[in-house]
Write a protein that binds this ligand. Structure first.
Ligand code: SDX
Length: 392
């Protein structure tokens, strides 16, 4: 039952992956995490609590939350040797290329004595990954800009700690901006899990071979890097820069390109494999974008104006209406991240930091169910029938 797509001779029988973690109703724009709607979670919860819910299946009591949060904070540091791994990369290496390497490298430090068939070993692997991803991500940025790595601080919450490791430095006190911290937590929540998307399916496929969780998450990071998947938020900002201003002509020219079958250009941040309605995350992301930019006195940010005008014109365009193409989670996230001061090459890394809880929850669900056969999608052979090698 947990196979992906099983082709049986004689007739096509499809069996989907079974999971109880996230439910998407693409036609009605519904996203539930363990039954709770994403908009209610975004309004009342936070990323650590959502992480607990995704991993363990229920909202934590106050004591469970405090214990979970404390345990995560106590694992935020990485082995000192890992910092040498960064020095092997060029300074201008894309942070996603570094993350693919260093996350897989965690196995060299933390997996030797782990047995993934033991629940406690799976739990601590999940905690370690949730805790260390922000540290490794911020180290990529520090390495890129030639500043020293910042050690995590256990007096800060998850989002605050990430901002501190990204923007703090040893020479001065870093003041956490509460607007940025709240927006960062919201961004982490909205990217946490999304059912069987390409990167989650990659993690499950790798996990089905018994590979260690660090290698599986590294495989998920590689899949997420694609511009059609996690790389879209960086591509949205590049697109808004190319459009240049919110004049109708400029915007219409890009919409016409997106509609042109001979032009590979797609409207970045629009459309989805599943949603045929608004991506519910995009609605919350747009509200957050408005909140953050108005609190920063940036309500008339030029890129925000272009994005809003582009959304308005596209949603009135026959091509987009017919195909039920709406803004997705990536359409506004980049504008928020840029307002916080995050460089564009870190956008997909932040997506990976957040999606790690989704990936590892799916990995844990699959391994703990014990009914996973090695994922081996079957093929429909379209090549030559047997033929003989030409005689001398
Ligand atoms: C994410 O799976 C997930 O859950 C992913 C994700 C997650 O949380 O893990 O939600 C994160 O990946 C969001 C998507 C980010 N990517 C982008 O924003 C890149 C731009 N979007 C497109 O590349 C596209 O919409 C996809 C890849 C997301 C989906 O592509 P599909 O499956 O081809 O979309 P479709 O079947 O709905 O397309 C129907 C039609 C096609 O045209 P026709 O063949 O009918 O003429 O709509 C067209 C598509 O060519 N189309 C677009 C378009 N998206 C689809 N045309 C112009 N611009 C677009 N953005």
């Amino acid at each position: 039952a947990s196979g992906l797509f099983t082709y049986d001779p004689g007739f096509m029988a499809t069996s989907a992956t079974e999971s109880a973690i996230t439910y998407i109703d693409g036609g009605n724009g519904i996203l539930l995490h363990r039954g709770y709607p994403i908009d209610q979670l975004a309004a009342h919860s936070n990323f650590p609590e959502l992480s607990y819910l995704l991993l363990f299946g229920e909202l934590p009591t106050k004591e469970q939350y405090n214990e979970f949060e404390r345990t995560v904070r106590s694992h935020t540091m990485v082995h000192e040797q890992l910092s040498n791994f960064y020095k092997g990369f060029r300074r201008d290496a894309h942070p996603m290329s570094i993350m693919c390497g260093v996350v897989g490298g965690l196995a060299a430090f933390y997996h030797d004595h782990m047995d993934i068939s033991r629940e406690e070993d799976r739990r601590i692997s999940a905690i370690r990954l949730i805790a260390k991803m922000p540290t490794l991500a911020a180290m990529c940025h520090k390495y890129n800009i030639g500043q020293p790595f910042m050690y995590p601080r256990n007096d800060l919450n998850y989002a605050e700690n990430f901002l501190y490791m990204m923007f703090g430095n040893p020479c001065e006190t870093y003041e956490i901006n509460p607007v940025f911290a709240k927006a960062m937590d919201r961004i982490f929540m909205l990217h946490a899990d999304h059912e069987q998307n390409a990167s989650t399916s990659t993690v499950r496929l790798a996990g089905s071979t018994g590979a260690n969780p660090y290698a599986c998450i590294s495989a998920g990071i590689a899949a997420l890097w694609g511009p059609a998947h996690g790389g879209a938020n960086e591509a949205v900002l590049n697109m808004l820069d190319e459009i240049g201003d919110d004049s109708e002509d400029n915007i219409q020219a890009f919409i016409d390109r997106a509609k042109d079958k001979d032009d590979p250009f797609k409207l970045m941040g629009f459309g989805h494999r599943v949603y045929r309605n608004f991506d519910p995350r995009a609605k919350v992301m747009k509200e957050t974008c408005d909140q953050v930019l108005s609190e920063l006195g940036m309500a008339d940010d030029p890129q925000l104006k272009i994005a809003k005008r582009l959304e308005q014109i596209a949603l009135e365009d026959e091509y987009f209406i017919e195909r039920k193409l709406y803004p997705n989670v990536d359409f506004y996230s980049g504008i928020i991240l840029k307002a916080i001061g995050i460089p564009t090459n870190m956008f997909t890394v932040i997506f990976a930091v957040s999606r790690t809880i989704g990936w590892i929850s799916h990995w844990n669900e699959m391994i703990s169910s014990g009914n996973h056969k090695i994922g081996r999608p079957r093929q429909l052979y379209t090549g030559y029938t047997q033929r003989d090698y030409p005689a001398e």
